[in-house]
Ligand binder design. Structure first.
Ligand SMILES: [Zn+2]
Length: 321
């Protein structure tokens, strides 16, 4: 079974603030080129058997994707999509937000992003989220890697910070996104020594030399069993991420450098991410009732208010995550 642990859902025309739009423009990314994200997300995630889906709540950098909209997207294919809620620790009412998303929207995990949210990962507000997630067995996926978004300290993204989180919350299942690029070595140090900390390989294949080096480092530290497959849709697709991972040795050419064993790559692609994270297969969970309906109604209203999404045939050249 293939699990894409890292897919985004958002509606740029509704959910992106001015700072984010300016940052994207500076990096040459036009969100309109992503086309109809609702349909494309449902189509691309079919390249995996199951996909984890989240938005992002990060007022500091202009991301405001309502969790209700993400939950509604998941309800379009509830047998293969898993909803993770995003909680912004900079906003008041952390516990209420967690309870609402957990008990009413039925999230199965939580997406966090200190560099986007402008809060240090060891801040007491994050600790309240970690405590809730540990208590309720909700895995967290946390962006510990650089970004194009501006205005917050890069230090908040350093993967080594998660070592202390893992020590203080030993039963919390943690996925560090993007293998912590460009600090892959730090990430490997953290996932290797903490049993419940993993990393995903999303958004890496299109920097082929760095990706190869990161994979070598993983293999040399014998930490490859702690990494999971992920794409980072819509910055790329599930299909292209699988292709990019399987094509990872192409960068070596005739250099004589040692390739990554194809079996190592296939093991990562087919890793039992759901089992490791303690997540049930979505096809085997109870069908949702009230909360999902509420989410769908809210989404239908939002849909009615927005203009038709622009269409485009290709992805932007500039990759951002
Ligand atoms: Zn991402």
């Amino acid at each position: 079974m293939i699990v894409d642990v890292h897919t985004h859902f958002f509606r740029p025309e509704l959910d992106f603030g001015s700072r984010l739009m300016a940052d994207l423009a500076r990096c040459g990314v036009n969100p309109a080129a992503w086309g109809d994200l609702r349909a494309r997300h449902l189509a691309t995630t079919k390249a995996a058997d199951v996909a984890i889906v989240f938005g992002l709540q990060a007022a500091a950098t202009g991301w405001n994707i309502p969790n209700e909209a993400v939950a509604a997207q998941v309800q379009s294919a509830p047998e293969r999509l898993i909803f993770f809620a995003s909680i912004d620790p900079a906003r008041p009412g952390i516990e209420e937000e967690l309870e609402h998303n957990h008990q009413e929207l039925h999230c199965h995990g939580v997406k966090l992003a200190p560099i986007y949210q402008g809060v240090h990962p060891l801040d007491p507000r994050y600790r309240r989220i970690y405590a809730y997630c540990q208590q309720h067995k909700l895995p967290i996926l946390i962006h510990m890697a650089t970004t194009f978004s501006s205005g917050t300290p890069l230090e908040y993204a350093r993967p080594a910070q998660i070592d202390q989180v893992a020590i203080d919350f030993p039963d919390l299942k943690i996925i560090m996104a993007h293998l912590g690029h460009p600090w892959e070595g730090e990430t490997i140090a953290v996932i290797r020594r903490n049993p419940n900390v993993y990393a995903d390989l999303s958004a890496l294949y299109y920097r082929p030399w760095q990706f190869y080096n990161s994979m070598r480092l993983l293999v040399e530290y014998h930490a490859e069993s702690k990494v999971l497959f992920g794409s980072d849709f819509p910055f790329t697709t599930t299909e292209d991420s699988l292709k990019g991972l399987r094509n990872l040795n192409a960068v070596l050419g005739a250099s004589g450098l040692p390739p990554i064993a194809p079996q190592t790559i296939e093991d990562i692609i087919h890793r039992d991410a759901l089992g490791l994270l303690g997540l049930p297969h979505p096809a085997k969970t109870e069908p949702l009732t009230g909360a999902a309906t509420h989410g769908k109604e809210a989404e239908a209203r939002a849909q009615a208010e927005r203009p038709d999404p622009p269409r485009a045939d290709s992805l932007p050249q500039e990759r951002t995550s």
